[in-house]
Design a protein around this ligand. Structure first.
Ligand SMILES: [Zn+2]
Length: 99
């Protein structure tokens, strides 16, 4: 092996940030991390679940709650508007019912 031309090889492995499994592998890069691996991916485990490492489900649930709140407030305002008595005509107010 010629000296000084080969990169340093690390045996740290790859660490899965979801389940914490350490996969033994040699690499020239240190501290390799993956979001999901074969040990915890729903395709391999066979269970139905949503893997949410980026917080996308939480973000969606927040947006959904905000939208539902907005829609319910709009519906409440519409109901309040419909329940209000109709305005009297200005002509009837000035001249009475005969006008
Ligand atoms: Zn994993």
């Amino acid at each position: 092996m010629k000296r000084g031309i080969h990169p340093k090889v690390h045996d740290n492995g790859i660490v899965c940030s979801t389940c914490g499994t350490n996969w033994k592998i040699s690499s020239t890069r240190e501290n390799l991390r993956v979001d999901i691996c074969a040990n915890c991916h729903p395709f391999y485990t066979g269970e139905q679940r949503i893997v949410d490492t980026a917080g996308q489900v939480d973000r969606f649930m927040k947006r959904l709650a905000a939208t539902q709140e907005r829609q319910s407030s709009i519906a409440r305002r519409k109901e309040a508007k419909q329940e209000a008595p109709p305005k009297k005509s200005l002509l009837k107010e000035l001249y009475g019912e005969e006008a």
